[in-house]
Design a protein around this ligand. Structure first.
Ligand code: S6P
Ligand code: ZN
Length: 193
C-alpha cells in the first residue's frame, strides 16, 4: 500500500495538570445556555445565563483519520458546580450507529458516568482518577462532575459512531445527581414524560 500523508503515526501530549492536550484540532465550549434544557431547575439555569453564562465544560478534539480508519480522540474538562442543586454534567448522547462503543478514561476529578438504553436499562459507574469505562453500543452516556475540582476524561471512539442528542434532550436520563449537603445523591428524574 502506498502511504498517504495522513497514514503516518501521530502523537499529542497530554498535560495532567491542566487536563488538556496539545496540539488539538478543535475545541468546543458548552455554557449554561447550551445546556439549560438538561437541568431540572430551568429558573436557576436562566438566572445563571443572565449572570455571565458560565462555562460548564470544554471538549478538545483530534481526529486521527487515515485513508482507511477514523479513530477520534476527545478530552472533556467539566468545571465543578451545580445548577439548581444538580451537578454540572455533559449533555449526553447516543451513538447514531448501532455497533459503535466508546472508551472513557477518567484522568482527573470525581463523579459518575451515567448510561442508559432506549428501553430504560440504567447503569452508573462511580468515577475517580484512573477509572476506565467501556460504553457498549446503544447506551446513551453522560458524565457528571460531583467534585470540587474539574473532572477530566479521555474519550476514544470512531467517527463512524455519529452522535444523536434528541432522545436525551427529550427524556433525559432516568436519574439525576443532586448535591445534598455537599454529597451526591441519585434521584429519579421527575421530568420524565
Ligand atoms: C464522543 C464522546 C465525547 C463527548 C463529550 C461531550 O462520542 O462521547 O467526546 O462528545 O464528552 O459530551 P456531549 O454529550 O456534549 O457530546
Ligand atoms: Zn459518545
Amino acid at each position: 500500500m502506498t502511504l498517504q500523508k495522513e497514514d503516518y503515526p501521530i502523537c499529542v501530549q497530554f498535560d495532567f495538570e491542566k487536563g488538556e492536550f496539545a496540539p488539538f484540532q478543535s475545541k468546543a465550549e458548552r455554557r449554561v445556555s447550551d445546556l439549560a434544557m438538561m437541568f431540572a431547575d430551568s429558573e436557576a439555569a436562566a438566572a445563571l445565563v443572565k449572570n455571565g453564562d458560565p462555562l460548564v465544560y470544554e471538549i478538545f478534539y483530534y481526529g486521527f483519520t487515515t485513508s482507511v480508519s477514523d479513530m477520534a480522540l476527545g478530552v472533556t474538562r467539566i468545571q465543578p458546580g451545580t445548577i439548581g442543586g444538580e451537578y454540572h454534567m455533559t449533555k449526553g448522547h447516543f451513538h447514531e450507529a448501532h455497533d459503535q462503543p466508546e472508551i472513557y478514561f477518567c484522568v482527573k476529578g470525581e463523579g459518575y458516568l451515567l448510561m442508559e438504553t432506549l428501553e430504560g436499562e440504567f447503569r452508573a459507574h462511580q468515577w475517580n482518577k484512573g477509572t476506565i469505562s467501556h460504553i457498549p453500543p446503544m447506551w446513551a452516556h453522560r458524565v457528571v462532575n460531583t467534585g470540587s475540582e474539574p473532572l477530566v476524561f479521555v474519550a476514544s471512539y470512531h467517527l463512524a459512531a455519529g452522535h444523536i442528542y434528541e432522545p436525551v434532550v427529550e427524556k433525559g436520563f432516568a436519574q439525576r445527581v443532586i448535591d445534598e449537603a455537599g454529597k451526591p445523591v441519585f434521584k429519579d428524574n421527575l421530568q420524565r414524560r
